[in-house]
Design a protein around this ligand. Structure first.
Ligand SMILES: *Cc1c(COP(=O)(O)O)cnc(C)c1O
Length: 459
């Protein structure tokens, strides 16, 4: 499969993920590997990674793209990305080890709100760029350096512009979002001089800042707001330059939104309306436009004469979301007087972010037939198998009229924050199967009873 457009989501050549999966293929995968199972389309992932690299490199000849490991750490997927020239963005010790193994010869960047002493040693010794988030990290590094335990570290500083990146028809959402952007735990606020103070602290300890890092949020679809929020970051880069910092890189993080998954952006006001039986307003869904983002970012960088800097990003969801779908089986239908439930064998233990009011495309299969969903099809709540009320994959979705136990449901955009965020609360974690002709090749096995209890220490 090829994607003709440099931007897989906008314009000609954009393709629906898994549009080409035949009911018989889904049926065979389910029969052979069981359900729930994540189905991975490697060709789509490669095409996406390659398209992004082409777009990014055309705008920024000096650049790095770091794959966000926390979004999905499947070795097969990470390896494919690295073969295509992408580096790794890690946020923990085990991800760092994973990257040092899988991502040799490509750049690795160490992010995250908390880094342990031994992880800092390991990263610096391996030549990994460490993006400072806590100033205590600087203190530890200074102490290690004084003791001669590490070479000169390559440091970046994570900053926070504190500007909104989402819009909503609901002002109560927008207000809460603005506050969260200003008060989050990540990075040093550019406003009020805290970022400058952090930079001064780093200089005082005898280190220099080589990279300026900002990662603003996730599933950002408002391209213009995203660029606008990066302007103060670029201004700060210019200040650091003026103060003679040997800055080499601007890293704009990830957060690029995808169209296959929509998040309800509602606050207390919408909740009240919904409780009163009124339909809260829906916000216009925007689609993140990578081509425009890159063009605008480039001109903002040029306007500040920062063109010689390496311009980097850390995509997670943008590359991974739509290359995996979740194949699940209907366990039963429960028709209550006021609600129809379709209970599936997949739940929030393997798709935890569905709890945040996300909507995804669904397809339904019975043996080798697709079950069509008409626009006037009945609404149902898709419940999962976990033993708590909140385990709902989708509160309200149109389902085929005759949906019944045994039918398959293919849930799109299951590649981001699923495998790596799965837990075994009530149920075992799911297998991942790569599309491979008719059946599918297992690349991550299903968790077993033995796996779950493997941590038990017997006396
Ligand atoms: C999670 C994360 C990313 C990836 O975010 P997406 O929204 O999946 O693109 C990138 N950088 C950092 C520092 C992160 O924590």
């Amino acid at each position: 499969m090829t994607l003709n457009s440099p931007d897989k989501f906008v314009g000609e050549g954009a393709t629906e993920p898994f549009a080409d999966i035949a009911p018989a293929e889904a049926d065979t995968i389910a029969a052979r590997h069981g359900t729930p199972t994540f189905v991975y389309d490697e060709a789509r992932f490669s095409a996406s990674a390659e398209a992004l690299r082409r777009t990014w490199e055309a705008a920024f000849p000096n650049s790095s793209i770091y794959l966000s490991y926390k979004t999905n750490y499947l070795p097969s997927l990470c390896r494919t990305a690295h073969l295509l020239g992408l580096g790794a963005d890690v946020v923990s010790g085990y991800e760092l080890e994973h990257a040092l193994l899988l991502c040799q010869g490509k750049p690795v960047v160490f992010n995250g709100p908390m880094k342990r002493r031994e992880e800092l040693v390991r990263a610096v010794q391996a030549g990994v760029v460490v993006n400072i988030d806590l100033l205590e990290e600087v203190d530890i590094l200074a102490e290690l350096r004084r003791a001669g335990e590490i070479p000169e570290p390559r440091l970046g500083l994570r900053v926070s512009p504190g500007l909104p990146v989402f819009t909503s028809a609901d002002q109560s959402f927008t207000q809460a979002h603005r506050e969260r952007q200003r008060t989050g735990k990540f990075g040093w606020p550019l406003d009020g001089g805290l970022a400058a103070a952090a930079a001064a602290w780093i200089a005082e300890k005898g280190f220099s800042i080589r990279s300026l890092h900002a990662h603003l949020n996730s599933q950002i679809t408002e391209t213009d707001l995203h660029v606008a929020a990066l302007r103060p970051v670029l201004d700060f880069a210019r200040e650091l330059r003026a103060a003679k910092a040997p800055l080499e890189e601007i890293n704009v993080g990830g957060g690029f939104g995808v169209p296959g998954m929509q998040r309800q952006r509602r606050g207390w006001w919408s909740e009240c309306k919904a409780h009163m039986g009124e339909t809260p307003p829906e916000s216009d869904e925007q689609v993140f436009d990578m081509t425009r983002f890159v063009a605008e970012l480039r001109s903002e960088i040029a306007a500040r004469k920062l063109d010689d800097l390496r311009v980097s990003c850390e995509p997670g969801r943008y590359l991974m979301s739509d290359c995996i779908a979740l194949l699940s089986r209907v366990a039963g239908i429960k028709d209550l007087p006021e609600r129809r439930w379709a209970v599936l064998d997949a739940g929030l233990h393997i798709m935890p972010t569905a709890a945040f009011g996300e909507r995804r495309r669904l397809r339904f299969f019975r043996a080798d037939k697709e079950l069509p969903v008409r626009t006037d099809a009945p609404l149902a709540s898709l419940g999962g198998p976990l033993c708590y009320e909140g385990d709902v994959l989708m509160a309200s979705a149109r389902v085929p009229g005759g949906l019944m136990a045994g039918d398959l449901v293919l849930i799109s955009d299951a590649g981001a924050y699923t495998v790596s965020r799965s837990t075994n609360f009530n149920q075992a974690r799911a297998a991942v199967v790569a599309r491979n002709g008719a059946d599918g090749r297992e690349i991550w096995r299903r968790e077993s009873y033995h796996d779950i209890f493997t941590f038990n220490v017997t006396e």
